[in-house]
Design a binder for this molecule. Sequence first.
Ligand SMILES: Nc1ncnc2c1ncn2[C@@H]1O[C@H](COP(=O)(O)OP(=O)(O)O)[C@@H](O)[C@H]1O
Ligand SMILES: [Mg+2]
Length: 353
Amino acid sequence: MATVDLKDVKKVYPSGVEAVRGVSIAIPDKELCVLVGPSGCGKSTLLRMIAGLETISSGTVAIDGKIVNSIGPTERDIAMVFQNYALYPHMKVYDNMAYGLRNRGTPKDEIDSRVRSTAKVLELTALLDRRPRELSGGQRQRVAMGRAIVRNPKVFLFDEPLSNLDAKLRGQMRVEIKNLQRSLGVTSVYVTHDQLEAMTLADILVVMNAGLVEQTGAPLDIYEKPASTFVASFIGAPPMNLLPLLQGPAGPALTDGKAVDFAPANAATLGFRPEDADVTFGADAPSGALVLPALVEAVEPVGSESFLHCAAGGNRIVVRVAGRATAKPGDQLRVVARTEKLHWFDNAGKRVD
Ligand SMILES: Nc1ncnc2c1ncn2[C@@H]1O[C@H](COP(=O)(O)OP(=O)(O)O)[C@@H](O)[C@H]1O
Ligand SMILES: [Mg+2]
């Protein structure tokens, strides 16, 4: 159906803001690519350039191998779903879904069959005669998707489509979008600032920061091997613990002076995930592990697990324990992380392996 290729795409707004500073991404046919990053990093700008709603300052956008920089949005054969679904309030669901096809002069019979089959897929058949105000948030979002799907486009673009929904519904819709995208097999680009949504949806995850790509890859590969401290702290919740290292006389050392003799020579930051450490009240120091004396400051129970927020030698760290925590605020304990679970970053914040 369609590949989407971005080559060194840049966007400088007339105001002088460099919103996108050189982004290259290759999205294979039928795959779902998620752009994730903090607010203002250029995700929407990039998506709007793919859609043709924003001019491209330099670089190329190609769909199916054909450069579309100078092709208008309607000729790109793309459908976009936004956060504020922008349904026509006075039109019934049926007409909202049929609108784009009517505008293109699609024959009436074909419109009817496409709207009805799409409604069936999205379980909207019983709602076709309702107006948007008579629908729940999730149903409205489904209509917005329906409007995109009936057009049978080459590419779907989603800009934070779920951020107006509550957490539970967001979780359900996430699964629906993933299944739908997979069964329709339409190449898609999905923008979100929510790292969990990004992780669960993506075939290809692109982590953006300040107009640039920090890392591209399969979600779990990125989780397991973040390329930078930025990615390490952005992907995963609670985020990876990052401890600064000093260059001591005997190599890298923690800020309290304790040497970390197994650290790579150029390591400037040590990282470990909250689930990759254990806590012990004992005094025995296991070898082949990082051992940090720590003071429990707060305990955050989630049900299936608990997070211990600790102070350790001037650093704040978070450790995950299964189920109900036995530790309580004020407890002194030791946090132990096996060396193979440690991540290292140099003084530019780049991963050291
Ligand atoms: N139309 C515009 N004119 C000027 N600057 C803009 C415009 N739209 C967005 N920006 C700026 O470009 C940067 C990226 O914005 P945006 O692409 O909306 O980021 P995101 O979607 O990741 O939150 C921000 O600094 C934003 O203020
Ligand atoms: Mg945005």
